[in-house]
Ligand binder design. Structure first.
Ligand SMILES: [Zn+2]
Length: 112
């Protein structure tokens, strides 16, 4: 599996705190030539939760949306899964130049 590009997903609380990484979206080509993309986890204290079919809205989970939580400010961003990946693709296409593998930060605090 080789990573060809990555987009850092960060929060800055619209410039009010320093850049804090929530996750990285990485994409590339797998061993069989298939394209992949996924979001990395930062370990024990996840800063994002994927949509899950088994989620109960009462426990804070969501069936359709990604949830992103900033450890530095109270900001919690929910984005519908389809909208999220459409947005990621648009960000990629707007910013990807030949040979540039690390794309500009996607600042969640500017989305909400
Ligand atoms: Zn924040």
């Amino acid at each position: 599996m080789s990573t060809e590009w990555q987009i850092p997903v960060v929060c800055t609380d619209r410039g009010r705190h320093r850049r804090t990484v929530i996750t990285h979206i990485v994409g590339g080509t797998g061993p069989d030539g298939e394209r992949f993309r996924h979001m990395t986890s930062l370990g024990e204290d996840p800063r994002w939760i994927p949509p899950s079919a088994g989620s109960d809205p009462g426990d804070g989970g969501s069936r359709e949306s990604y949830q992103f939580k900033c450890p530095r400010c109270p900001r919690e961003v929910r984005v519908n899964g389809d909208r999220w990946w459409t947005g990621v693709r648009a960000w990629f296409e707007a910013n990807a130049d030949a040979g540039v593998s690390r794309l500009p930060d996607l600042d969640l605090s500017l989305l909400s």
